[in-house]
Design a protein around this ligand. Structure first.
Ligand code: FA5
Length: 349
């Protein structure tokens, strides 16, 4: 738009240039130059006032239209996903489209680990995190697996090319029992003070397994360690039963059968009744789901950590978490947990 009055034309020019740079475009309507033009009207000879006033009104209207147009354009622009990679020089209509967003939620295993550790916390246990890379000493030697013992092969352990200071490959822990030696050593002072060692250590573990509905290569375990004077197997059973009943909210049928682990003596396997959804047939074999390994900590394991097995005894257990969560929620295949399938995960929100 062109203005006849040179003053209005000059202010129009100044304000339009300023408009382009303003962050809040509506501020242009409050410009002092515009106010000054209005203030000039009464100072003019009466015959000029009408045409001057009309021109200022036109300028104000033009500015109002500019503000309205800008607002319209801003609302019509698609929002930009600031995390999407694109060259800043890419025109807006060629930039990647914003992905639909929604709130995420905790993975069901995280929720369950928190629930389990909370139960143990209320039972007087402390939580110590395990680790996801370890060495041969903590995986085998400190757990009373003699060098070359065939039981080492039972653990299908992934090993790295990188070696430790004893020239043994580092390992991806195949069970959370790798924490036993560390926990016993770190907390043995408690025993001297007359307090028990009562620790649980949850984490991921890894095994070179053949995969099926109940076997994963990467799964979670929670290890429990309890040491004091006069600890016996009855206390182990009572602790695990209390925990399982609290977790499932009912009195469960459990079965304890003798087993072999080099680091516990005697050793047991605790099984719970397998829910129908996980049962292929009515055979006795299909009836039970092995839930955890446990036993009285082997005297050699205590000795290696500097604890006198003549004075102190203790129990330990290692439990697979996925299988228990499956049982509680009627999940038919362990592989769902790591599938990343949203339709699976959304059922636990
Ligand atoms: C152990 O890992 C021993 N460290 C347990 C232990 C700890 C015994 C302390 C004594 C004292 P096992 O290999 O049986 O034991 O595994 C323990 C549990 O992990 C199993 O009962 C099962 O619930 C779970 N588990 C084992 N392999 C897999 C797998 N491939 N996928 C999912 N869960 C598994």
């Amino acid at each position: 738009m062109s203005y006849q009055n040179p003053k209005v034309a000059e202010v129009a020019d100044v304000l339009k240039r300023r408009f382009a740079e303003l962050e809040n475009k509506a501020d242009i309507l409050k410009a002092v130059e515009l106010k000054a033009l209005y203030a000039e009207i009464p100072t003019l000879p009466p015959e000029q006032r009408a045409s001057f006033g009309k021109e200022i009104n036109s300028l104000k209207q033009e500015l109002q239209e500019l503000v309205a147009k800008h607002q319209e354009q801003a609302e019509a622009l698609p929002p930009i996903d600031v995390t999407a990679p694109f060259d800043v020089n890419t025109p807006i209509d060629k930039r990647p489209k914003l992905l639909p967003t929604e709130h995420g939620s905790k993975h069901p295993l995280t929720t369950e680990i928190e629930r389990i550790t909370d139960i143990f916390y209320r039972m007087g246990f402390e939580v110590v995190e395990s680790r996801e890379i370890d060495d041969e000493y903590h995986m085998f030697t400190a757990l009373n697996f003699p060098a070359g013992h065939p039981a080492r092969d039972d653990y299908d352990t992934f090993m790295t090319v990188q070696k430790d200071k004893n020239d043994h490959p580092l390992v991806a822990p195949a069970h959370t029992s790798t924490m036993q030696h560390r926990v016993l050593k770190a907390y043995k002072e408690r025993l001297e003070k007359g307090e028990p060692i009562a620790i649980v250590t949850p984490d991921r573990v890894f095994r070179n397994e053949d995969l099926d509905a109940t076997h994963e290569h990467t799964f979670h375990q929670i290890e429990g360690i309890y040491v004091d004077k006069g600890v016996h197997a009855g206390m182990l059973i009572a602790t695990l039963k209390t925990y399982l009943n609290e977790y499932f909210g009912e009195n469960l049928e459990v079965k304890l059968q003798p087993f072999y682990f080099p680091f516990t003596e005697p050793s047991f396997e605790l099984a719970v009744e397998r829910p129908a959804i996980l049962r292929k047939d009515d055979s006795e074999e299909q009836k039970w789901l092995e839930l955890l390994g446990c036993g009285m900590i082997h005297p050699n394991v205590l000795k290696m950590a500097g604890i006198d097995p003549e004075v102190y005894t203790g129990f330990a257990w290692g439990q697979g978490i996925e299988r228990m969560v499956m049982m509680k929620n009627g999940i038919e295949d362990i592989r769902h947990f790591q599938s990343g399938k949203l339709e699976f995960l959304r059922q636990f929100v």
